[in-house]
Design a protein around this ligand. Structure first.
Ligand code: URA
Length: 263
């Protein structure tokens, strides 16, 4: 929607009225006067006309350490959700950029900016997600090889990109995948009769849990919105490694969530 259309709709007085306001220098976009009503109005632009604020929405980007048992949903009648952990009046504006199973812990990203969440979840963007996995039996080399080669997922009619996997003990590994298929990791192991006993997400793209404790969250500044040409997983891995090296730990402003009271 253009600025002019927005003002016309908001005032109910039509485009002519919007033009008069614009021509009189009474319209401010992000606190700067504007006269061109054909400019598009972004979801997070601040707009005022004749001293009245017509739109003022804050873009929000949060990292949350989801504890085991909390639902990756915005509302639920029976269980506490990730939104219940954010003790802020604007929490209900948020949505998830990718879910975790109820029994899985770790990083989830919450935002009210669908461009950002789509950039993280869109399959074409191959955003890496890294997990710590514990299993009920030793993980053989043949399984690691299959993960590294990529696997087909019939239900989704797709093939996973080559995963990165590092064996930590006989029954645990660090696994990076580039998709977000339903129960993907559990399904990958179950293919070989192996059950995942614990699953924990450490990172999504360039975002890491760092020192967040279960139930804690923090704001991230301006997000990196990935768009444009498809990146190959290798180049993403390089970008992440470079980012890891440079990461500034000082921005870890941590908030406590609400006390853990059952619903
Ligand atoms: N894979 C799973 O099986 N579960 C999750 O929660 C995330 C990835």
């Amino acid at each position: 929607m253009t600025i002019s259309q927005f003002i016309a709709k908001h005032s109910g007085l039509g485009k002519r009225h919007a033009k008069i306001l614009l021509d009189s220098g009474l319209v401010f976009l992000n606190h700067q006067p504007i006269t061109d009503g054909n400019l598009p109005l972004g979801k997070f632009d601040h707009l005022s006309a004749n001293g009245e604020i017509l739109q003022a929405r804050t873009a929000r980007y949060l990292l949350l350490h989801k504890p085991i048992g909390i639902l990756s949903a915005t509302t639920d009648k029976n269980h506490r959700t990730v939104i219940d952990l954010i003790d802020e009046p604007w929490a209900t504006e948020l949505h998830l950029a990718g879910r975790l199973d109820r029994a899985t812990s770790g990083l989830v990203i919450l935002t009210n900016d669908s461009r950002f969440s789509e950039s993280l979840t869109s399959p074409e963007n191959h955003v890496p997600k890294t997990y710590l996995v514990h299993t009920d039996q030793p993980i053989p080399d043949t399984v690691l090889k299959q993960f590294r080669d990529g696997m087909s997922f019939e239900k989704e009619n797709t093939r996973s990109a080559p995963a990165e996997v590092e064996l930590l003990t006989e029954t645990s590994c660090r696994l990076t995948i580039y998709e977000g298929l339903h129960h993907q990791i559990k399904r990958m192991f179950l293919r070989f009769g192996i059950r995942v006993t614990q699953l924990h997400r450490e990172s999504i793209g360039i975002y890491h849990l760092e020192n967040l404790q279960p139930g804690e969250w923090r704001n991230i500044g301006l997000p990196v919105i990935q768009s444009g040409p498809r990146l190959k997983p290798d180049s993403i891995v390089q970008a992440i490694k470079a980012d890891r090296d440079e990461r500034d730990e000082k921005n870890a402003l941590t908030f406590k969530t609400k006390p853990d009271t059952p619903k």
